[in-house]
Design a protein around this ligand. Sequence first.
Ligand code: ZN
Length: 357
Amino acid sequence: METRKTWFTWKRQYRRLMSFIADFVKESIRHRNQGRCLHFVDNTRCDQIINAHSIQKQGQLRLIAEDGHVLRFNADFSTLTKSSGRPAPKKIGINRVSTFLGFCETHDGLRFERIDRGPLTPNHEEVALYGYRSLCRSYFAKENAVTLMDSMSRNRHITADKADLLRIMKSGHELGFEQLKRHKADYDQSLASDNFFDFSYVAFLSNSPMHLQLSGVLYPEFDFLAERLQDLSNPQENRGLIAFFTAPTKTGWAFCFAWHQSSSEICVPFIRSLATIMYEKYELADALIKFVFSNCENHAFRISWWNKLSSEVKQEISDRILHMALPTATIAPNYLTSGIRGMAEWTFDVVHSRSDI
Ligand SMILES: [Zn+2]
């Protein structure tokens, strides 16, 4: 009798979990596909209807695609729940790589034509625009995350303790979103007046084959020397933000860090620490790959590059992705240099810096 009761209890819980996951995935897709323009005039958001097709930016993805496909890790909550908690790269057609529905056709063209019509030089204006697009993509995703956590915490299939967890996650996203609003306002102000020299950057240029495309922003908590840069647990503190992205150049590609001057206090020591470990013979490519797979969910990479990696390197990358996805995980101060050396075979030939480091 007891066994039968346990079986029914388990079955009921399983059904509830599956229903919750199905609702989560549905809501997640609905939010992601809900395009809205992030262009503001006098604090009023542009109300143009998004033409999704017109703002797909696949030019960069084509550079790393094989038979029209790339790999990417998907380690969001719904995927991890379905895959027993282990992230794995997923093959995806570049026409299906998630598009960023954050600008209407008019404002996307007006703002980003300068960087979409050719390779990166790089210069202040281009880097500011790439950084701005990285910021807006995060703004869009964070805004989605807040509303998603809010609606799912009220889902009828969820238990009280899971609802509490989602509410905690929502508060964390809200905090990050409030900070992003401030950074977006700084970017908007500088870009509206063409003050591109308000931005600093470091670009590492490579002639090696390009295998990775990414863009993102980060509030760096620790630098490459494991020193704490800012306390992210303090909601009152204004966080410094750094943008990062890859871009094609005339002769190869570049990995760039960029920041608005309002974040220099955090970003300058962050970049200085990277310069220090390079001086001490730590491989730049290793540091960057650890940085990317610890901090950037918006990435895509070449299938044959992944297939050639050793199982140890694949394991480390997948561990880093998993760690990034866990809402309660804390990061080790030395996370940017710990683990395997010699992970990436890229070399960087030139460092192009326009900052006061
Ligand atoms: Zn618009």
